[in-house]
Design a protein around this ligand. Sequence first.
Ligand code: ADP
Ligand code: MG
Length: 723
Amino acid sequence: MADEKAIELAELDAIAIGRLNGVGPKKEKGLTHFEIHTVLDLLTHYPRRYIDRSNQVPIAELAPGEEAMVVVTIDSMSTRPTRNRRVKMTTGRVHDHSGTLAITFFNQPWRQKQLGPGVEAVLFGKVDLYRGKRQMSNPVVDLVGDQTGRIVPVYPQSEKAGLTTREIGEWVAESLRRVDNGRGFAEPLPEAVLDRFDFVNRSAAYHGIHAPDSMAEIQVARRRLVFDELLRIQLALVLRKRAIERDSRGVEHQLDGELTRAFHDRLPFPLTGAQARVIGEIEADLAKPVPMHRLLQGDVGSGKTVVAVSSMLDAVQGGHQGALMAPTEVLAEQHHLGVSELLDGFTVPDSATLMGERPLKVDLLTNRVSTPDRRRILAELVAGGVDIVIGTHALIQEAVSFHSLGVVVIDEQHRFGVEQRAALREKNVDGTVPDVLVMTATPIPRTAAMTVYGDLDVSVLDEMPPGRTPIRTEWVRTGWGSGEGQDEGLDASRVWQHVRDEVVAGRQAYVVCPLIEESEKLEVASAEEVFERLRADELEGLSLGLLHGRVTPVEKEETMRQFREGRLSVLVATTVIEVGVDVPNATIMVIVDADRFGIAQLHQLRGRVGRGADESSCYLLASAETPEGQARLEAIEATTDGFELAEIDLELRGEGTIMGERQKGRNDLKLASLRRDKQWVASAREVAVDLVAADPTLERHELLANEIGLFLGEADTAFLLKG
Ligand code: ADP
Ligand code: MG
């Protein structure tokens, strides 16, 4: 039972930071740099790391070759250029009670100002012998001074903000003291949850993270605070899912599935195990009275279209309609062709005809459809004459109404916003809400999906159709015409020779470049430049096409058609081809300056080849100077498994990019990491589901409900907690 009188986070959020001792207007301004406005903000401004003073060594005992920590006072610093003029060296002398030490920094001239004479600093680094003297090169520096306490927290600090980690530490200590002297922290977690995970209470957690007595205490505190963050997010998501279900009446489907079965039987291949499983998951959703809200993750080529068509047929079977929404006109047109072909010859019951049936009707609705056609399609959608409609945003932007829209499939989810999905769910005249399946080819790790798409159920196509020849991927360590080093061209010439060989054998190739405009500064090869050079030199005599963002739609269409028909052998393009090109005869993908692309993008690009029976190759041309760029290319080289790559991507980039789009308002993931804390994401989800099941409006968990409000905003929360 929570103590009603203890202090809630909301109360701490109501205390302005300026009310703490020692926080005057100037410091207050500095704190706003960190988005710290209230005492709660300060208490959730966590240490970046900790210095364990028991590892501290006197300078006199430093051993060359070993890493160590010293607490020193700066004597002097100076900066000079080295013989290699591009490197600036800052050197200095420091001391403690036991002796003196030399320190060196490369290309960090600002250290001279930071480390003025008399400044106290903690240095952590490896000690070397240089000309017989001990020195530390590029040590980690903390301006914590000689503080008491064995474990010293180091806060993110900014010189610009004029704040030291010591000051922040003092204000935090004062805040904690005030809470303790007051009524202590209120405990929002039920006893059972605390017991189950052996969590410390909230007071212990805030003390342990800010003022620990041991390194072990930090871990215990962190665990608890991480869980609090993740639970708030999961509760909000689970409540949102429940709110959607609560507020909507689904379409009743008739799932004895004659049409769907016939469709499966007529496919030229058996379903993969994963397809069969996912179709089962979807049909279980369709059978329920609440509308489906499901995300389908499946790598490029995993066979999502068959799942989509199968689901739409489930709707058509019962006299309802299906809609498939694609992000671009090209993709919509491609889907329209493909789906029409798959469903050619199918019929649906129709009592108005002599035979009692009529052909199943698939139609296309985009902004390119002529006005008379559009008028006809719109009329037929309302009348129910069109069974499956495929289109772009036009499907929701226009005054489109349906006779009875049963299943909506949205392809390439990341290009559609939540609002657009909502609009599509309001299309039925009778007020029923269609079932929604969202498909994405950008796999994200399971725990990340749980967090980012936590208001959707998730299905995964984790099995590729058989009989594909794997794509051979090679990182060719070379720049594109970056000039330096004549031997660079040699490696690349092998690649272009391979392109020629494949073209001679009747196959086609893509060459993808990162930027359109020439940028001398970045030395990025532009598509134009690459195109001109390949045509004149490496690929002379072959038929080349060029596509980039400034090519008009009509020209683009024409070039694409020529490439599809095989009249162009090589397509030089920027990332405009990322989505929606399907040319099984293309067997080579060359990516220029590949280190400028993200993992997901490289993976998508590579997915453009390997679509036919012939062996395909992907070449990554890049000199990759940063460790992160190298890691990305090595990952792409090592595996074609999209989920594995997604894990690596998350590892390399952190969760910021994943969370970015979906997170509204205040970001509550300050301590938790979707990478490090995977198991806690799953546990928090489980607890959230249980809590909401037992107490749908959280009336018996008022503190938790209040905290969600604190981080989500009042209006949102009121909606979620509506009875
Ligand atoms: P995605 O949209 O997931 O990238 P598609 O639906 O376009 O993939 O399918 C890719 C290719 O695989 C298509 O040519 C499709 O006909 C084929 N395919 C789909 N399912 C199977 C299967 N079970 N066995 C063999 N081939 C399949
Ligand atoms: Mg697809």
